[in-house]
Design a protein around this ligand. Structure first.
Ligand code: UDP
Length: 313
């Protein structure tokens, strides 16, 4: 039985990861400051004797003296554009001071560390689809910079700790992910559209709706995390996402269709620096991890819509 620390353990991805690791038979310690997450995401895990929750913000150092930690998944960071822009300075701190604190903890325990990086490090990409060797087109001063540049320097720190301290690091660049337990108020396109469709309200498309994203269902992604963390001699960075590219207009139409909603589509202005296209090239993940997503967009949306239906009051 391994002892595994998950920072951001009460978030959307973190809570699914904790569940997955407990099901594998590991002892899981979850940290979260509840800035953008919710206790409700992990309340079902609390009775499990192999699960421990500690409310903590990684911007302050964390010492875990009780048990030796074998692996750390570092997911702690506001992740939706609405959330990270509202908490811009804390987002930079999580990815710099927080990253250093978590790397320091991993070093002390001799633990392998997984960093949740992002497709945002490619910015508004000039190469398509995005491969890991593409260096990105990121504004240093725009409203998305706190997250994009934060995650870039977090990758830098991981590689510097590896070079200077021979640490075992793993870096996943996560593309758009959706599924049960997305925060209702995170402003992301899938959660917004589903909530709007279920309430028969207008679906808000920002811009002309021709911008694209590629959406991965959460269970597929978590399987990729596990494979990367436990892969031998492979640190990444590696893209994890579903290569099926869709326009935002297509997503809106699909959500309306699957939910049987009578909602209409309306246009709103496009946020500054909104990337025009995004699609992962996952050849590296396929070759090195034997990983690729399995859940179709229709099935994933159906599961997500059902969850929102059950949880919308
Ligand atoms: N978007 C939209 N309507 C919404 C929310 C988002 O049209 O109600 C668009 C947004 O402008 C972006 C895409 O959907 O082009 C994905 O946005 P999201 O915030 O989910 O994540 P991003 O990929 O931009 O980080």
């Amino acid at each position: 039985m391994k002892t595994i620390l998950v920072t951001g353990g009460a978030g959307f991805l973190g809570s699914h990861l904790c569940q997955f690791l407990l099901d594998k038979g590991d002892y899981v310690v979850a940290l979260d400051n509840f800035l953008t997450s919710s206790g409700g995401n992990i309340s079902h895990l609390l009775p499990n004797k192999n699960f421990e929750f500690i409310q903590h913000d990684i911007i302050s150092p964390f010492y875990h003296e009780k048990k030796k930690v074998d692996q750390i998944y570092n997911l702690a960071c506001p992740a939706s554009p609405v959330h990270y822009q509202k908490n811009a300075i804390r987002t930079v701190k999580a990815n710099t001071i927080g990253m250093i604190n978590v790397l320091g903890l991993a070093k002390k325990h001799g633990a392998r560390i997984f960093q949740a990086s992002t497709s945002e490090i490619y910015g508004d990409p000039l190469e398509h689809p995005q491969r890991e060797d593409y260096r990105g087109n990121v504004s240093t001063i725009g409203p998305r910079a706190c997250y994009d540049e934060g995650k870039r320097v977090a990758e830098t720190l991981c590689f510097d700790y590896r070079r200077q301290h021979s640490m075992e690091i793993r870096i996943a660049r996560i593309f758009n992910t959706y599924g049960p337990r997305m925060a209702f108020n995170d402003g992301r396109v899938v959660s917004n559209f589903i909530i709007q469709a279920l309430k028969n309200q207008d679906l808000t498309i920002y811009g002309d709706g021709r911008q694209t994203r590629s959406f991965c269902y959460v269970s597929d992604l978590i399987g990729g995390f596990y494979k990367l963390m436990n892969a031998d001699n492979f640190s990444g960075p590696v893209n994890l996402g579903n290569p099926l590219e869709k326009t935002i207009l297509e997503i809106a139409e699909l959500v309306i269709k699957i939910s049987g909603s009578s909602s209409k589509i309306i246009r709103k202005s496009l946020p500054e620096d909104d990337p025009r296209r995004r699609q992962p090239d996952i050849s590296l993940a396929k070759a090195r991890l034997g990983w690729e997503p399995k859940i179709s967009l229709e099935d994933g949306l159906q599961k997500t819509i059902s969850w929102f239906q059950d949880h919308l009051s």
